[in-house]
Design a protein around this ligand. Structure first.
Ligand code: NOJ
Length: 749
């Protein structure tokens, strides 16, 4: 057999010649197959009511990993044999999945294969950067590669289905799950959503290296009030459709086989009971033919939401809304039979849900080979192969964002004599894997200290942790200062622990936790040059650090290859090319602060009292969306719009000249934003509509043209119809959401 990795690389070359959103739509979305539908007809005709319900029920396998690890309990084995479950989550490994699948296809009456699901979020055994970090690459090919490698690894361990990508827009960094998505922007989020789906599902779901994707959490889960997880979402339907839904649509257009209903309510209706979301939009408007799974017990949670009074009513609401598979709530298992018998759920509704689930099992090739060619040999060859580790390092270094670099402190010379590596994250194996790292082995983390030692073997590298990530103990700070004094340069690794972001991990403060700010202050006071190396799962409020320190590198949580990737950037073997996927506030009190806000009737002007601002902090973020430096500088000039008047059915084409004005080669991410100046509903001050990564050598100049179809300027009107309104638009082309050359054009009907 060909090594999985080279096969996937070849595949990437075929799939990725161009990765813009419009092009992602085609190609991988599977066509409806009459043959499969006929086969499903005959399977459904032969199923008992209990067996049909069984297909809709998913249980957790309790993280069983087979003969040498945790064992799945016998009750689950019996349920499989009796046809009472169609899917399990959290069962990992080719041998245990094989054993359970054998029960399903040989010992159950209907012999329908099981579907094994798992949260493969940013890697499987090879851990890649957290999704927010991957979004910071602004590089769809890199993100697709990460998902492809993760899929190939997970598939070799018997996994068929990942609960990813998470495509929730997050405008409030207090929300811990911002780490699992692509940040605050709808366009970037849509590009990343499509890339991840393509990567997970490969060219064809029946390819044994593919796993089925699940766009989650449908919908607007990231809109939780106050950034507190699971909290209420109350937004207009226009905001839902224009801000939160497009990444889901992009995932669907890229072929995502499943959606997951979210925990939250929107405007009074919890998603897991929302016919509007699960049927009107998803099926009727968008034509989705895959299935929807609940989130963990989200059907049962219709009761505390106050939307259903009993588990039976919760089940009735959920299935009639269009929710096909019940993850762990038992509401379907215990109530569907009587609901169907009483006529509260139509037999046809149940059959449709079964059909959608069986359709995806067919597309995955499970009826042809329920084991999807999984063997322990293939698994051993695939997991953490050298090529996969190399891919993880490449993606990791692309995710790093250089936030500050006074007097070109970075890159460091490889001849630097003594380096102090300081901080609670400097030699930390646990936290760099980030949230939802699944079956990772943290022993495989290359720490910053390891990475620096490997990169500059001739240098003297000293280490002191200084303090813990959290807590009040300052006892280690003086030792760290002592180490710092001996060094020519200090790398100070500070930030969050991996469990400060992710599910149920919202924070009310975005400052460095514990006593780390004191550590930074004490080390800075030595007068030595300090590079702050941040590791964190969300935007942080870094006013103090940014005011004092000469260099700041945002490295997020980069996964196993953390130390190598950071060292590549620190010592200049890779010039930083990441850009922020979310705004960094100055202070926590500014949030939510996102670039595509409305203007208001009194737009913020820090010199005018009666404007929309705070008294005690400037109105701008510390670092805007899209921001990121590199080791050279770029100059933008000569913005030209091909035609200053465009028809609503034509394209807008904008050209600029870009020059590398520094002394090193580097990559710029040229970003195009648009503002619809006057609308029948007010429009955001800017919206990202296109971007292009451009590499230039020192002194080199090029012209960059970005074109967008005028239909991309559409928004949802008062009547809920999307339309482009004729009128004047401002266009900005620049390096981030806070800068850029400005032009204007008119759209006419
Ligand atoms: C709950 C989380 O919200 C969801 O993202 C995840 O996929 C499920 N648990 C299953 O682990």
């Amino acid at each position: 057999m060909k090594p999985i990795f080279s096969a996937s690389l070849a595949l990437l070359l075929i799939l990725n010649s161009n990765l813009s959103l419009t092009q992602t739509a085609g190609g991988v979305k599977p066509a409806h197959s009459p043959d499969i539908e006929h086969s499903i007809d005959s399977i459904i005709a032969g199923l008992t009511l209990q067996e049909k319900i069984g297909q809709l029920v998913q249980y957790s396998g309790g993280w069983s990993t087979g003969p040498t690890g945790r064992r799945i309990n016998d009750e689950k084995r019996t349920l499989i044999k009796e046809g009472k479950t169609g899917s399990l989550l959290n069962v990992i490994g080719s041998s245990v999945t094989h054993e359970l699948q054998k029960i399903a296809v040989e010992e159950s009456r209907a012999k329908i294969p099981l579907l094994f699901g798992l949260d493969v979020i940013h890697g499987f055994k090879t851990t890649f950067p957290i999704p927010l970090a991957e979004a910071a690459t602004w590089d769809a090919e890199a993100v697709e590669l990460s998902a492809r490698v993760s899929a190939a690894e997970a598939a070799s361990s018997g996994i068929h289905w990942t609960f990813a990508p998470m495509v929730d827009i997050a405008r409030d960094p207090r929300w811990g799950r911002i780490a699992e998505g692509s940040g605050e922007d709808t366009y970037l989020g849509s590009v990343m959503a499509a890339a991840r789906v393509r990567g997970f599902q490969g060219r064809n779901l029946s390819d044994p290296t593919a796993i089925m994707a699940c766009a989650k959490h449908y919908a607007a889960y990231g809109g939780a009030e106050g950034g507190r997880d699971y909290n209420t979402v109350d937004i207009s339907e226009q905001t839902l459709r224009d801000v939160y839904l497009p990444p889901f649509k992009a995932a669907l257009d890229a072929g995502a086989g499943t959606f997951m209903a979210s925990f939250n309510e929107i405007n009074g209706v919890p998603s897991s009971g929302s016919h509007f979301l699960l049927t009107t939009i998803l099926r009727d408007e968008w034509g989705f033919d895959g299935f929807v799974v609940s989130d963990w017990n989200s059907i049962g949670e219709l009761i505390p939401h106050g939307y259903a009074g009993t588990p039976a009513r919760a089940a009735e609401l959920a299935i009639n809304a269009g929710l096909d598979m019940d993850m762990e709530s038992r509401c379907y298992r215990d109530n569907l039979e009587s609901l169907v018998t009483q006529g509260k759920v139509r037999a046809a509704t149940l059959d449709s849900a079964v059909r959608r689930i069986l359709r995806m099992k067919f597309r995955l090739g499970l009826f042809a080979d329920p084991y999807r060619a999984c063997t322990p040999e293939r698994e051993a060859k695939t997991l953490r192969s050298a090529a996969n580790i190399e891919a993880a390092r490449n993606v990791a270094r692309k995710a790093i964002v250089l936030l500050k670099n006074e007097h070109s402190l970075l890159p460091l010379s490889k001849n630097v004599k003594t380096i102090a590596v300081i901080g609670p994250l400097a030699n930390n194996h646990r936290d760099p894997v980030g949230t939802w790292a699944g079956p990772t082995d943290t022993n495989n983390v290359v720490t910053l200290l390891d990475g620096v030692r490997a990169a500059v073997p001739a240098s003297r590298v000293l280490f002191a942790p200084g303090c813990a990530i959290d807590g009040t103990d300052t006892a280690g700070i003086s030792a760290a200062v002592g180490v710092a004094r001996q060094a020519d340069v200090i790398l100070l690794a500070a930030g969050e622990s991996e469990d400060m972001s992710g599910e149920a991990r919202s924070r009310s403060s975005l400052e460095l936790p514990g006593r780390q700010a004191d550590l930074v202050q004490a080390v800075h006071a030595t007068g030595k040059p300090v590079v702050l190396v941040l590791m964190n799962g969300r935007p942080l409020a870094l006013s103090r650090e940014a005011a004092n320190l000469p260099a700041i590198l945002e490295t997020w949580f980069l996964g196993h290859e953390t130390g190598h990737a950071i060292a590549d950037v620190l010592f200049g073997s890779y010039a930083p090319s990441g850009r922020l996927p979310a705004s960094f506030p100055r202070v926590t009190g500014q949030v939510p602060i996102y670039y595509n806000h409305k203007n208001t009737g009194r737009p913020a002007d820090d010199s005018v009292h009666f404007t929309s601002r705070y008294l005690d902090v400037p109105s701008t973020p510390l670092y805007p969306f899209g921001f990121g430096l590199t080791y050279t500088s770029f100059a933008y000039a000569d913005l030209a719009i091909a035609s200053p008047r465009v028809k609503a059915t034509d394209s807008v084409s904008v050209r600029i000249t870009l020059k590398n004005t520094g002394s090193r080669g580097g990559e710029e991410v040229v970003q195009l934003y648009v503002r619809d100046e006057v609308g029948s509903l007010t429009r955001p001050v800017r919206e990202l509509k296109a971007y292009r990564r451009v590499r230039l050598e020192p002194g080199q100049t090029t012209s960059v043209t970005l074109s967008i179809p005028a239909t991309d300027l559409a928004f949802t009107g008062v009547d809920m119809r999307r339309r482009v309104e004729p009128g004047m638009f401002t266009v900005y082309v620049g390096p981030n959401a806070g800068e850029g050359l400005v032009g204007r054009f008119e759209v006419f009907e």
